[in-house]
Design a protein around this ligand. Structure first.
Ligand SMILES: Nc1ncnc2c1ncn2[C@@H]1O[C@H](COP(=O)(O)OP(=O)(O)O)[C@@H](O)[C@H]1O
Ligand SMILES: CC(=O)N[C@@H](CCC(=O)OP(=O)(O)O)C(=O)O
Length: 301
């Protein structure tokens, strides 16, 4: 009986938060390192379907770096990263596309559909929704930088009731080009900006951004992360993630969060509880003078 009452209370507590996000678009970056067990994937799908059912519009941008590296190792192709971004040779690009657009994109799409969603799997090449050019004049091979995201097209899918599941492959303006490998964190941030999302959530394999002592950093802005990058506190795969969070909040997205994808229902915990989870990225200067409007509104409700 007590357990049931607790469940009802949890639902009641979530209502103001659900109201706050009703009709809003949330971009969720589903990192490769959060796609570990079948059970976690099921919980992820349940959360996404629940968001749709309560009138929130989710868009998924997925990674799969670990799976790419695993396959490259089997093929005896070396993986090389610079500041968390993969250097992509022509052979690597073939594997990247096979893994991201083929295997992972279709697995996530099918999983969501089996849970009752209307998910549609696409890559940045489809309808050229993500246009890209070579990163630093080709220094990184087929690793790309995004020049444009067709947010109108993605929003059309959303308005039709679809959940877009997007693989971070960039389209080239050149014919017969293999396309570009885009870091999924960067793709998620640019997609969030283009569709004018309310929030972007990055699901990964840590509780959030940690300091040198391993303590969770609850809230970060631009200056903080520059210092942490300089002294090596933030390194490897966390670099594109924090850069993407900052890029998002300085380009129209209200908030960005890095949350633990290894914890069941972490998306719901972040969106539907007052304290949230993980590390939040919020502009301290403006627009809200460091006031967390979302938190304030939910407390008022
Ligand atoms: N300051 C930090 N706090 C937390 N994780 C960090 C930090 N610096 C580097 N990392 C590393 O970044 C990893 C997450 O990035 P990555 O492996 O690319 O994940 P994803 O596949 O979700 O994009 C963590 O597992 C951790 O090893
Ligand atoms: C250029 C670049 O770094 N591309 C990434 C794309 C996949 C990715 O970002 O996956 P995660 O989010 O799981 O790390 C890569 O090749 O690994």
């Amino acid at each position: 009986m007590q357990k049931k009452q607790h469940k009802v209370q949890t639902l009641l507590d979530a209502i103001p938060h659900i109201k706050k996000f009703y009709g809003k678009t949330i971009v969720i970056k589903y990192g490769g390192s959060a796609q570990t067990s079948p059970e976690l994937k099921e919980k992820f799908a349940e959360d996404i379907v629940l968001l749709s059912l309560v009138g929130i519009k989710p868009i998924i941008v997925h990674g799969g770096g670990a799976r790419i590296s695993e396959l490259l190792e089997k093929l005896e192709i070396k993986s090389e990263f610079v500041d968390g971004h993969r250097v992509t040779s022509e052979d690597t690009m073939r594997i990247v596309e096979m893994v991201l657009s083929g295997e992972i994109n279709k697995n996530i799409t099918s999983l969501l559909n089996h849970h009752g969603a209307k998910a549609i799997g696409i890559s940045g090449k489809d309808s050229a929704i993500i246009k890209a050019t070579p990163k630093e004049n080709g220094k990184f091979g087929y690793t790309g930088v995004i020049t444009e995201v067709n947010g109108t097209m993605i929003n059309k899918l959303v308005e039709e009731g679809f959940i877009p599941v997007i693989a971070p492959i960039g389209d080239s303006a050149e014919p017969n080009h293999p396309g570009f490998n885009i870091n999924a964190d960067v793709a998620a941030s640019k997609v969030a900006q283009a569709v004018k999302a309310q929030k972007v959530l990055f699901l990964t394999d840590t509780v959030g951004v940690l300091d040198k002592e391993g303590k969770l950093l609850n809230s970060l802005d631009k200056d903080d992360i520059e210092n942490y990058k300089k002294d090596g506190t933030i390194a490897g795969g966390m670099i594109p993630k924090v850069d993407s969070c900052i890029d998002a909040i300085y380009n129209g997205v209200n908030k960005a969060h890095i949350i633990d994808g290894r914890v069941e229902h972490s998306i719901l915990l972040e969106l539907f509880t007052s304290d949230g989870v993980g590390t939040q990225f919020l502009r301290k200067d403006n627009p809200n003078n460091g006031i967390d409007l979302e938190k304030l509104l939910s407390e008022e409700n």
